[in-house]
Design a binder for this molecule. Structure first.
Ligand SMILES: O=C(O)C1=C[C@@H](OP(=O)(O)O)[C@@H](O)[C@H](O)C1
Ligand SMILES: C=C(OP(=O)(O)O)C(=O)O
Length: 429
């Protein structure tokens, strides 16, 4: 499906979907607990469904129940993974988190599990796991390091050392599984850990589910073994990575209030609030954040800890005065697409002035864009960032492959229209 957007400033109030990152974590922790949990206020998306499907295949009972939050999902989770009768085949679809979080969980379950994936996931790196499995003698099979991947064998307690500059998701997967082993473990990064805020989010979720891990410093964790996940009731908070699109839209057009967020969240992407303010934008409030139009100015932005903000920051920077440098963004090339290349290519097509560097972008402020046809690169965050850019286009903007928002935010186009966005759909599925 393509959307053709007639440029128009957005305005109004929108509720942020609930956090995809916390949703994955709460569901996995609940599935690892012996007993019944409730995970409420889930915003369904392809990624979250992939996590539920794999946890079910590993033996957890995950049943939809009535949510206390209208329009959202809630699941009753009866945890406890089971050894199934034969080998299991599962798909992580396009979700890097699902795949990397659940590979160690699958090994722990004692099953032989074959993971497949769609889109770019089949080629996104898994090398840190392969190196560990080679070192520890954990059996796995893959063709040229790509999916499908079959894992079997067992995990033993011990010292796990892996690179911290590929994805923090490997650390999260191991931190969720190692506490269940029958001895203590140490997990350490052999390089400075990037996306460290996501590992802190993991530690926070684990604590809420009864698991204790000692963090000596970013990238060094002591993990007591023989622990048990505690069942309970968990309500997922709003998603700052998604709110970032609306808060950015507010500073480029007319005031937008984004609700449902928790202030002082464990989500590193809460930093969008201070990043917009540092560029000269106005964002007021705590759990209901209102972003108002302002003149923005370019600056240096280090995204080591907030990689998912890059697409929308590129739009903000293009509309700001002066030059913005986005630095420490090398890993952003390893997401659903090469996001540095995609944003430079698409915005330059419509009048942007962006130079790519190996690990970042140099963005010259151009104030606005012409309009024309751009591609969403089958990447939800590229499509959503381009939709925000449409507000500053002088002609209609046609976004190809706009359905890719379903990976994390299936209601994105509805919310865009509810805020006054004017879209026409082509070739709706
Ligand atoms: O742990 C998580 O929930 C995530 C970690 C980040 O990945 P990297 O650690 O690969 O940067 C982020 O980009 C991804 O969208 C979600
Ligand atoms: C990169 C993302 O997710 P994942 O790594 O889980 O596919 C994302 O949501 O932007």
């Amino acid at each position: 499906m393509n959307v053709i957007i007639t440029p128009h400033t957005l305005q109004g109030t929108v509720e942020a979907p609930s956090s995809k990152s916390i949703g994955h974590r709460d569901l996995i922790c609940a599935a690892l607990a012996e007993g019944e949990s409730l995970v409420d206020n889930i915003s369904l998306s392809q990624d979250i469904e992939a996590t539920c499907d794999i946890l079910r295949a590993l033996g957890a009972d995950i049943t939809p129940v009535m949510s206390s939050h209208p329009g959202r999902a809630a699941y009753r989770v009866r945890g406890g993974l089971k050894k199934q009768d034969g080998p299991i085949a599962v798909s992580a679809n396009e979700s890097g988190s699902t795949l990397r979080f659940l590979i160690p969980v699958a090994i722990f379950s004692g099953n032989e599990v074959t993971f497949s994936g769609q889109g770019r996931l089949a080629k996104r790196p898994l090398t840190p796991y392969y190196e560990l499995f080679d070192e520890k003698g954990v059996a796995y099979e893959t063709t040229e390091g790509a999916l499908p991947l079959t894992v079997s064998g067992t995990l033993q307690p011990g010292t796990y050392s892996l690179a911290g500059d590929v994805s923090s998701q490997f650390f999260t997967g191991l931190l969720m599984t190692l506490p269940l082993l029958d001895g203590d473990s140490v997990l350490r990064s052999t390089t400075p850990l990037e996306s460290a805020s996501y590992v802190d989010m993991t530690l926070d979720c684990l604590r809420q589910h009864g698991i204790v891990i000692e963090k000596e410093q970013d990238g060094f964790y002591r993990i007591p073994g023989n622990q048990h996940y505690r069942p309970g009731t968990y309500v997922v908070e709003g998603d700052y990575s998604q709110a970032a699109f609306w808060l950015s839209a507010g500073s480029l057009g007319r005031a937008i209030c984004c609700t449902g967020l928790r202030s002082q969240s464990s989500q590193g992407d809460e930093v969008i609030v201070s990043l917009i303010r540092d560029m000269g934008g106005q964002v007021e409030g705590k759990t209901e954040l209102t972003s108002s139009p302002s003149e923005l100015a370019g600056r240096v932005i280090d995204v080591e800890d907030c990689p998912d903000l890059v697409p929308v920051l590129t739009v903000l920077a293009s509309c700001a005065k002066g030059i913005t440098r986005i630095i420490h963004a090398g890993r952003v090339r390893l997401k659903e697409c090469d996001r540095l290349h995609a944003m430079a290519t698409e915005l330059n097509k419509i009048g942007g002035d962006i130079e790519e560097e190996a690990e970042g972008l140099i963005i010259h402020g151009v104030g606005g864009f012409t309009g024309g046809t751009v591609s969403g690169w089958n990447d939800h965050r590229i499509a959503m960032a381009l939709a925000v850019a449409s507000q500053r286009c002088s002609q209609p903007l046609r976004i190809e492959g706009a359905e890719c928002v379903r990976k994390s935010y299936p209601e994105f186009w509805q919310d865009f229209q509810a805020l006054g966005g004017m879209i026409q759909k082509e070739g709706e599925e």
